[in-house]
Design a binder for this molecule. Structure first.
Ligand SMILES: [Zn+2]
Ligand SMILES: [Zn+2]
Length: 388
């Protein structure tokens, strides 16, 4: 027998002991507010370097905070905020392409041509970083296209002025308290919500229009046959959707698509978006609770196990594990899936659900049986009777 040490547990224990003796060195717990900006940033990245950039900023803000370096955490959070603002403006460039070009022309004047140069775009397209060449105070003006008013503009510009006070190497640390930092965090989080709210109605209209186009919904011509892939790759990733934005879209009613050409396919795609959001936000997500998933794999238990429970029939065959698809004691079809982690069964043929106190495996032959007080299944029982 070998002893295995969980080294992370041990170092955790050492840290705890150290902290209780030296409370002055205790690492402060990270406040939820520090992670809020992530909800305004994309969930899927087409470009790995963009994802790495955001991760690095987030890590820097956390590390600064943990070390009590609030002024640095603040400057890093400001950058995360600006990144979220740039992503919002990038969406304006999709939703209102011509108006945004006009606004850029007006703002940049003789620098307009440079803005579209190869060095400021990616594969000929704008990306969030394209907007970083515009001064931070001016860039908010582009949100005029979606109705930014003077009062919000003034508040956004104030955030930049405040940051300028703290970001210069003047040899002074001015933002030294947790309370001041939290105040700044809350201010950023409230402002970004107001910024993205400007896009809300247009984005909902754009989404409905996009998934109602045959190029998007028709399985014969769309990019991905699988509805989940189609919605993730061609919409969520393509338009850099954030969690906050997905939350608006998932609330669109299925009945809004009633009677459209291709409404069955459109509803399946909308279901895929709702499913994506649910999986993203539910910590205790269980595929058996998700009607979209149950519908998608109707009479296809094996694929459900492969893709949703991530158990591979091939690996089971090779390594001797059990592939959890069984004959359903209710309908007799080989469509009953057992999720051992959740202790639940679902039949993809007759739609029955069972828990482990209802069903168990016959200790004699291994087939599923109802728990009705018998120690073996009916077959084994009969078999035993006939033998005597
Ligand atoms: Zn069944
Ligand atoms: Zn049996």
């Amino acid at each position: 027998m070998t002893l295995e040490f969980d080294t992370s547990k041990i170092s955790e224990a050492i840290m705890k002991a150290f902290e209780s003796e030296h409370p002055e060195y205790a690492i402060p717990e990270l406040p939820d507010e520090l992670f809020k900006m992530l909800e305004y940033l994309p969930e899927e990245f087409a470009d790995e370097t963009e994802e790495k950039y955001i991760e690095a900023l987030m890590l820097a803000a956390q590390t600064s905070y943990e070390n009590g370096l609030y002024q640095f955490a603040y400057v890093q959070y400001h950058m995360l905020f600006m990144t979220a603002v740039y992503y919002a403006i990038l969406k304006v460039s999709v939703l209102h392409e011509e108006e945004l070009k006009k606004a850029l022309d007006y703002l940049l004047k003789d620098r307009y041509a440079d803005f579209w140069k190869e060095t400021n775009t990616k594969n000929g397209k704008l990306y969030f970083g394209s907007f970083a060449v515009i001064s931070e105070s001016d860039v908010f003006m582009l949100l005029r296209v979606v109705g930014l008013d003077n009062s919000l503009l003034g508040e956004l510009q104030k955030l930049v002025q405040e940051r300028n006070k703290y970001a210069h190497a003047n040899g002074q640390l001015q933002l030294t308290s947790d309370e001041l930092f939290m105040e700044a965090l809350n201010s950023y989080n409230a402002k970004i919500q107001r910024v993205v709210d400007l896009l809300k109605n247009d984005l909902i209209v754009f989404y409905k229009k996009t998934i109602s186009e045959p190029d998007f919904y028709d399985p014969e011509i769309r990019a991905y046959l699988d509805p989940d892939e189609q919605i993730i790759q061609e919409f969520i990733k393509e338009y850099s959707l954030s969690r906050i934005e997905l939350n608006w879209l998932r609330k669109i009613r299925m009945s809004d698509f009633d009677g459209c050409e291709g409404d069955d396919e459109i509803k399946t795609l909308h279901g895929a978006l709702i499913h994506y959001y649910r999986e993203l936000t539910q910590d205790e997500y269980q595929p058996f609770d998700d009607p979209y998933v149950l519908y998608k794999y109707k009479n296809n238990a094996a694929e459900f196990v492969e893709r949703e429970l991530e158990i591979s029939a091939y690996e089971c065959g090779k390594e001797g594990g059990e592939f959890p698809v069984y004959e359903c004691p209710e309908c007799g079809e080989e469509q009953l899936v057992y999720d051992a982690e959740a202790g639940r069964f679902h039949c993809f043929s007759c739609d029955q659900n069972f828990t482990t106190d209802k069903l168990s495996f016959c200790p004699n032959c291994g087939q599923l049986m109802y728990n009705n007080g018998e120690s073996v299944c009916d077959d084994c029982f009969e078999h035993a009777l006939n033998k005597d």
